[in-house]
Design a protein around this ligand. Structure first.
Ligand code: AMP
Length: 288
């Protein structure tokens, strides 16, 4: 008889984590790390499956990191369905690490990682201190787990650049893999925050990926002017009713500097607010 796979063991302290990983490392196994804030969906699971196929042992961390939320953001209401998350990891992750806040930030905590220019524009400009919190917690998770490979999603494109910069600048012996955005059937990028949307907001949210599609279509048809591409995206999004746009940017995919003319691969990235929910999405535009 086939039995369904068991959820991975859960550890909540760094000491337990190191105890669990000691033998794994001694056996020379390749360790993959997937850092998450939980409320797992197929986007997260795509990273776990990538790790499972490329590594010998996969650690998923689940930690809603307070230091990457600004005042007035959704830290308190962020979903925390830990039991369900562990069920979803059955058969793919080998270990789950869900530390409490004081395990990660003990009293007296005073050391921060500040990444430079790629952390400044876009999300960095709208969420002050966000990437300082991200870089700090990711470096801490790297130091706790000691992975060979770490998996991130292109959904948070700028975050992946910030992590790559940090890994290069601090000589971390870790390979960073960035996996494609997993989307709902109507194109909406999967996100734990989609759960905040009312049915009407959820319907309207499909317009984000439609806007990115319009940008790709314009570039495919020969449009090279970044401002005109951004204007088309804006027009598409605003046609869906009340949506407040934080930014729509066309930028260099490596430096995130704005580009005026699309001559090679360019990032189109956007952030909007639908009701009280802030959503981001992006795509790489490739002129033919
Ligand atoms: P989060 O739990 O939102 O911090 O996300 C954890 C990781 O999953 C990050 O590297 C995200 O970029 C990635 N991720 C989130 N949503 C998606 C998605 N729809 N497709 C691919 N990766 C995703």
């Amino acid at each position: 008889m086939m039995s369904s796979p068991a959820s991975p063991p859960l550890v909540t302290t760094v000491a337990e984590l190191r105890d669990a990983l000691g033998p794994v490392r001694r056996e020379g196994k390749r360790i993959g790390l997937v850092p998450t804030m939980g409320a797992l969906h197929d986007g997260h699971l795509s990273l776990v499956l990538a790790s499972q196929s490329e590594c010998d042992f996969t650690v998923v961390t689940i930690f809603v990191n307070p230091s990457q939320f600004g005042p007035g953001e959704d830290l308190a209401r962020y979903p925390r369905p830990l039991a369900r998350d562990l069920e979803l990891l059955a058969g793919s992750a080998d270990l789950a690490f869900a530390p409490g806040e004081s395990e990660v930030y003990p009293p007296g905590f005073a050391t921060w990682v500040e990444v430079g220019s790629v952390a400044q524009p876009l999300e960095g400009a709208f969420r002050l201190g966000h990437f300082r919190g991200v870089a700090t917690v990711v470096l801490k998770l790297f130091n706790m787990v000691g992975p060979d490979v770490a998996y991130f999603g292109q959904k948070d494109y700028q975050q992946s650049l910030v992590i790559r910069r940090m890994v290069a600048d601090l000589n971390l012996p870790i390979r960073v893999r960035v996996c494609p955005i997993v989307r709902e059937p109507d194109g909406l990028a999967m996100s734990s925050r989609n759960a905040y949307l009312s049915p009407d907001e959820r319907r309207r949210a499909a317009v984000l990926s439609q806007g990115l599609g319009v940008a790709a279509g314009a570039v495919a048809q020969g449009e090279r002017d970044a401002a005109r591409v951004a204007a088309k995206v804006r027009e598409t999004i605003l046609a869906a009713g009340p949506i407040s746009i934080d930014y729509i940017a066309v930028a260099d995919p490596e430096t995130l500097e704005p580009v005026a003319s699309i001559r090679g691969p360019a990032l189109v990235a956007l952030a909007v607010r639908i009701g009280s929910t802030r959503l981001i999405d992006n795509a790489i535009l490739e002129p033919p």
